[in-house]
Design a protein around this ligand. Structure first.
Ligand SMILES: CC(C)(COP(=O)(O)OP(=O)(O)OC[C@H]1O[C@@H](n2cnc3c(N)ncnc32)[C@H](O)[C@@H]1OP(=O)(O)O)[C@@H](O)C(=O)NCCC(=O)NCCS
Length: 333
């Protein structure tokens, strides 16, 4: 799916993020599996991540949502749609979105979860945009996040070192100018088995252990391809070039994937947001956490053109272009 935003102008008016307090270093992981700080840093760029201990998705989503609403100056009662992008909901049903909407006090909101792997936040942004642009809603809360600690295999060094927990939330509203310019989203279910959680649904598996399974090399090849092709496609669709982009916010999976995409696309280092070293891959939390960091270091200002590209399980990918419109606070709670 690809398209220019040609409905009402819609933008991000508030941003909030939340991560567990517990910091797990590479050194800590090397006590659990046969790995080392040197291997993890050189292959992934990750130095530490946050992993909750008994934390549920809604526990992280709530503070992120409150911060985003506060920043936008929006009362929870005004939200008419809450979309929660996650593959680690509190439970299969009720949706984590419904749980969070209740806790926040959103009596009039439609609330549902969305599953698109690490690309979930990008898919949810596009849906939220669509509902606002079509006039179906007035204020949308999009939350992206995952508690990957709940599905990690602590004996599998090939996946354990990559992931972290985190969540981010944004308020979407109609604005007078600026905002989203377009979206490109895609999925290739044929590659689904390269990154999956067999036994987590209705399909019966012989020996399910409900932990992430991944073919790292295949996912790496997929990622380096789509991070570039998706960005190029949306820029082309919107009649823009890499030179027009002020801030590039790629999914934070691996610094080698980010470096590859940035180099191929032609982004200078100062335009690329990287915080995978501190949080690891937080799946749908990754792009909002990176936005918060860009805000904190002063790069995310009104008027700046921002390119976000995600990829993940599905296999899925997605990009969005937005002209930033609101002053944004980059505090990660
Ligand atoms: C997982 C990933 C970091 C592995 O890096 P790589 O350079 O491809 O490493 P390889 O898979 O070739 O493995 C090299 C060796 O390191 C070993 N290894 C794997 N994980 C290790 C770890 N944590 N510590 C030490 N050694 C490790 C492997 O067993 C392999 O050993 P072998 O050669 O004896 O078989 C990389 O493939 C990757 O980032 N893939 C994308 C994953 C991703 O982003 N997933 C989420 C998408 S949203």
């Amino acid at each position: 799916m690809i398209g220019r935003a040609n409905g009402k102008t819609v933008s991000i008016t508030g941003l909030g993020c939340s991560v567990p307090d517990r910091v797990i270093t590479n050194e800590d992981l090397s006590k659990a599996v046969d790995t080392s700080d040197e291997w993890i840093v050189s292959r992934t760029g990750i130095k530490e991540r946050r992993l909750g201990d008994g934390v549920a998705m809604s526990d992280l989503a709530l503070p992120a949502a409150r911060q985003a609403l506060d920043q936008a100056g929006v009362d929870p009662k005004e939200i008419d749609v809450l979309i929660m992008a996650t593959v680690t909901p509190d439970m299969a049903f009720p949706s984590t979105a419904a749980i969070v909407a209740d806790q926040l006090g959103m009596p009039d909101a439609a609330a549902y979860d969305l599953s698109a792997g690490c690309t979930g936040f990008m898919y949810a942004l596009a849906q939220g945009y669509g509902m606002l642009a079509a006039g179906l809603s007035k204020k949308v809360l999009v939350i992206g996040g995952d508690v990957l600690s709940s599905i990690l295999d602590w004996t599998d060094r090939s996946t354990l070192v990559l992931f972290g927990d985190g969540a981010g939330a944004v308020v979407l509203e109609q604005v007078d100018g600026g905002g989203f310019l377009g979206f490109e989203l895609g999925a290739d279910g044929g590659g689904g088995e390269h990154l999956w959680l067999p036994g987590s649904g209705s399909r019966v598996f012989e020996d399910p252990d409900k932990a992430i399974k991944m073919n790292g090399r295949e996912v790496f090849k997929f990622a380096t391809r789509v991070m570039v092709s998706s960005a190029e496609a949306i820029l082309d669709e919107c009649g823009l070039t890499v030179e027009d982009v002020d801030v590039y916010v790629p999914h934070q999976a691996n610094v080698r994937i980010i470096d590859h995409a940035a180099r191929k696309l032609g982004f200078p280092e100062e335009k690329v947001v990287v915080n995978v070293d501190r949080y690891g891959n937080t799946s749908s939390g990754s792009i909002p956490l990176a936005l918060a960091d860009a805000a904190a270091d002063g790069r995310l200002k009104p008027g700046k053109l921002v390119l976000m590209t995600g990829m993940g399980a599905g296999l899925t990918w997605g990009s969005a272009l937005i002209t930033w419109t609101h002053e944004t606070n980059g505090v990660i709670a």
